[in-house]
Design a protein around this ligand. Structure first.
Ligand code: AMP
Ligand code: GLY
Length: 427
């Protein structure tokens, strides 16, 4: 089977690594990919949002299945684009239609969906300029901190958590006035939930599903979860508190009602669903849905997936997920992200990276890397490399990742040393 994978981050690198191990794989093409992904497939200089170019590449390279890594093309309707073209309709698509992708593309839609299907989540109100007074009254009834979310995609920046009521009022107005462009023409005000978060992933064909390993990511730049939010500084899998009792609740209260709800509302869906959950006194609530895998969770989830990924994705795309089994590696996997100095603010690019070939104990997934004119591997983004190790304990996996990180060099490199520390007491 020839596969076209869309994306260029550490997540797609880990997916490419896993796909490349499959005896079912014919040729792998990656658009646009990065320097590290060239070892797994052929890179195509095409942007995933350029649907015409993606479609033409799929025809030219006799693609049988397209795997969409990030949310933007899904929310913009890449699956519908393929289904609507006679030359492309036969190609299997891993990802939902635009209608299904609203689970991530519109927070207002996602909250309404959860309400309609009795799925536990924070109380909320959706506000536009037309019901601002009602919104302000709802805000005043909340306990601080106040949670304001832009309805639409905002490159991970659309969620504000504010301690002070006056500031929350001002921010609400600023958002409605276009602080995040059209994405914040509607704002979801939410009750703040206190608890510890985890990321649950399933692969679904729209009727049945298979669970992938549970993971936790670390979003803040500083140790002890301090400082600015980033795209993710590391991840661990499994997650100690996501035990059998907790996962039973996740399945019956959240995953199964979500898939049943998609069917009831006639929202065609196949591919990944990422449930961003929070554990509030032992009960899972949904913080957000995503219609793709997480980054950097994928870099610790894929190494723990013992089954063939091509089989699994094909089963999802053809409606046969109930026929496949998913085997999970029982070891821990810990991912440490090496980032450019200055990130998530401004940072330099083009710093030469050395030492990756000295790494023996870990998997190194590339995120922001490129080759320069002289063929050297250089930094090309904030998040540069995801270094993942296995261990029989989380501490051992973490230790191995640090050992490997120390063999890799680029000017200004920074990483967090406390990945997984909040879970370590019982793992
Ligand atoms: P989201 O994009 O909806 O995942 O929000 C980004 C982050 O904000 C989440 O990962 C949480 O850490 C935090 N967050 C969002 N909503 C809430 C909430 N209702 N209560 C507490 N924290 C939240
Ligand atoms: N790591 C969180 C995300 O991918 O959205």
């Amino acid at each position: 089977m020839n596969i076209l994978l869309l994306g260029s981050g550490g997540r797609e690198c880990a997916i490419a690594w896993k796909l490349s191990q499959s005896p079912r794989l014919g040729k792998l093409f990656i658009a646009p990919g990065n320097a590290g992904m060239a070892q797994y497939g052929t890179l195509l200089p095409i942007k995933p949002m350029d649907f015409d170019a993606v479609g033409q590449a799929a025809i030219d390279h006799h693609i049988d299945m397209v795997v969409v890594g990030s949310e933007d093309p899904l929310v913009a309707g890449i699956v519908d684009h393929f289904m609507g073209d006679d030359r492309l309709r036969h190609i299997l698509m891993v990802g939902p239609s635009a209608a299904g992708a609203q689970l991530e593309g519109s927070k207002d839609f996602a909250k309404g969906f959860m309400q309609r299907h009795g799925i536990p989540t924070a109380d909320y109100l959706s506000v536009t300029r037309d019901n601002l007074d009602e919104g302000l009254r709802f805000l005043e009834r909340q306990q601080p901190p106040f949670v304001l979310k832009a309805d639409g995609l905002a490159a991970g920046k659309g969620v504000l958590i504010i301690d002070n009521l006056d500031e929350a009022r001002r921010e609400l107005s600023a958002m409605l006035d276009g602080k995040f462009g059209r994405s914040s023409a509607t704002v979801v005000i939410e009750q703040f939930l206190r608890g510890i978060e985890c990321s649950v992933f399933v692969v679904t064909d729209g009727r049945d599903y298979r669970l992938l390993p549970v993971a936790k990511d670390y979003k803040r730049i500083g140790e002890g979860d301090t400082g600015l939010n980033t795209g993710g500084m590391g991840s661990v899998s499994p997650v100690s508190f996501a035990d059998e009792a907790f996962m039973d609740k996740v399945r019956t209260r959240i995953i199964e009602p979500t898939i049943a709800g998609l069917q009831q509302e006639n929202l065609p869906y196949c591919g990944f669903i990422f449930f961003g959950l929070i554990n509030v006194d032992g009960d899972p609530l949904v913080i957000e849905y995503n219609v793709r895998m997480g980054d950097p969770e994928t870099e610790s989830v894929m190494p723990r997936l013992a089954s063939d990924l091509v089989d699994l994705l094909e089963a999802a795309a053809t409606g046969h997920i109930a026929d496949v089994d998913v085997a999970i590696d029982s070891r821990y996997a810990v991912t440490v992200m090496m980032v450019s100095g200055g990130y998530p603010g401004s940072y330099p690019k083009g710093k030469v990276i050395t030492g990756i070939n000295q790494v023996t104990d870990s998997l190194v997934f590339h995120a922001g890397t490129a080759q320069d004119a002289e063929g050297r591997l250089v930094t090309n983004g904030g998040r540069v490399l995801a270094v993942t190790s296995y261990g029989t304990t989380q501490a051992q996996a973490l230790e191995r990742s640090f050992g490997s990180v120390q063999r890799i060099h680029f000017d200004g490199c920074y990483y967090r040393r406390d990945i997984g520390h909040d879970l370590i007491h019982n793992s």
